[in-house]
Design a binder for this molecule. Structure first.
Ligand SMILES: *Cc1c(COP(=O)(O)O)cnc(C)c1O
Length: 421
């Protein structure tokens, strides 16, 4: 019996058609994986990574050679001068928050030019939540420039806003829970050019979540000064069990290191006990895993479009992150699909997710994904708020084969009544 026998023959016919259609796009992704893998491999060789570097330190973490080499490798591959790659960075939000709060001082201003920042960052910046500990309490102004109706950056408004020369100008690469397109490296380069024209002394920070290895260049390679992200997204390669990274100009990485620990200590302390082996191996595998996840998104986009759904990006559009959105148009199909994603996961496949109200969201949210690492979204997962147009945000996948099977399974459960499961 073949895997095909588990599904409706009509669905399998569509899958075969989709496979043919997307083959050239998948081949392009395979080429990109080789480009990125080559950079990572060369960095490992140049920095003489040895078996003994994988062990990690205890206590204060002084003289942790493995940690130093890993940070040098991140800096080199991602286009920075220095990096912090630490298990004590508890998530992407923490890494991004430490960066932003570490850069600014009382009286400074911080402005996002890509619209309202990602939900959790709104609380970090005092735009939502109770504001305790946020920059507002330190007399630091934070704000954002709205995007235009079509989801593009409003350059006229940005030029006007940057006339005050804010200390930090922030850019969010991935769409988050917004309906806009994610910003490609080419688009980020154009934004940075404008920032340099209008406010040359501002530091440009990029929220690079979901972006690493999605293209062959990173924001720092088109002029950004600092960027950060999570290790349970692309850069962790599905191996890292915890952690985040911050990469960029040496002076700025040092500055935020005093916010990461405390003034004086900075990056000098921080044991890596038990985490380095996964972080090294994860970063080594990250180009391949990110490639698999993006190939999976291309398959999802093509298949679900064939089934009549409104998807973004389209299967043949340029991609700069892992996120695939699908509008179901009604709550029933959206919830059914999310449940099927969960039922087609390696872990907790027997669990059924239900929509629930969550702090920080106005509508009930459904979250599906049975991952090895809790909440990991480099692993196959789907989530979204239950409101018009009933959009599910689908991302990740450690292997292309799994994303393909899970997507076909979810399509079967949602749209083909004679389920054979
Ligand atoms: C996921 C994400 C974050 C935060 O990362 P966490 O690890 O979930 O805290 C920040 N910004 C964007 C755009 C994201 O997608």
């Amino acid at each position: 019996m073949s895997w095909r026998d588990n599904y409706d023959p009509k669905l399998i016919e569509i899958v075969d058609r989709v496979d043919k259609k997307i083959a050239p796009r998948l081949a392009e992704m395979d080429d990109q994986v080789i480009e990125n893998q080559s950079k990572v491999l060369r960095a490992f060789q140049e920095h003489h990574v040895a078996e003994s570097d994988l062990t990690g330190s205890t206590g204060y973490g002084h003289y942790d050679e493995g940690r130093d080499k890993l940070e040098d490798i991140y800096a080199e591959v991602l286009g920075g001068e220095d990096a912090l790659v630490r298990p004590q960075l508890v998530s992407g939000t923490h890494a991004i928050g430490v960066s932003l709060l570490g850069l600014v001082r009382p009286g400074d201003e911080l402005v996002y030019i890509t619209g309202k920042p990602y939900d959790t960052l709104q609380e970090v910046l005092g735009m939502a939540g109770n504001g305790i500990g946020s920059p507002i309490e330190y007399n630091i102004k934070t704000g954002y420039v709205d995007l235009k109706q079509d989801g593009s950056v409003d350059f006229d408004a940005v030029r006007a806003r940057l006339a005050s020369h804010p200390r930090v100008v922030a850019i969010q690469r991935s769409r988050g829970y917004a309906t806009r397109d994610s910003f490609t490296i080419a688009k980020i380069a154009a934004m940075i050019k404008v920032v340099r024209e209008v406010s040359p002394d501002s530091w440009v920070f990029v929220d690079n979540a979901y972006g690493e290895f999605s293209e062959t260049k990173e924001p720092l390679q088109v002029g950004a000064d600092l960027m950060a992200g999570s290790l349970f997204k692309n850069a962790g390669g599905g191996m890292a069990k915890t952690g985040g990274y911050i990469v960029g100009k040496k002076e700025l990485v040092e500055r935020v290191s005093y916010r990461f620990t405390v003034p004086g200590l900075g990056a000098a302390e921080g044991a890596t006990y038990g985490s380095l082996e996964d972080m090294f191996q994860g970063f080594f595998q990250a180009p391949q895993v990110t490639g698999a996840a993006i190939k999976g998104s291309i398959f999802e986009a093509a298949l679900l479009e064939e089934l009549g759904l409104d998807v973004s990006p389209k299967w043949d559009a340029p991609r700069t992150d892992l996120v695939q959105t699908v509008n179901f148009g009604n709550p029933d199909d959206m919830v059914a699909f999310a449940k099927a994603v969960q039922h087609n996961s390696p872990i907790d496949s027997f669990v059924t997710p239900i929509p629930e109200k969550m702090a920080g969201y106005e509508d009930a949210v459904i979250m599906a994904g049975g991952s090895f690492v809790q909440g990991s979204t480099i692993e196959f997962s789907a989530d979204g708020p239950l409101r018009e147009p009933y959009t599910l945000y689908i991302q990740g996948g450690l292997t292309y084969a799994h994303v393909k099977l899970a997507t076909v399974g979810a399509a079967q459960d949602t749209f083909f009544s004679q389920s054979t499961k």
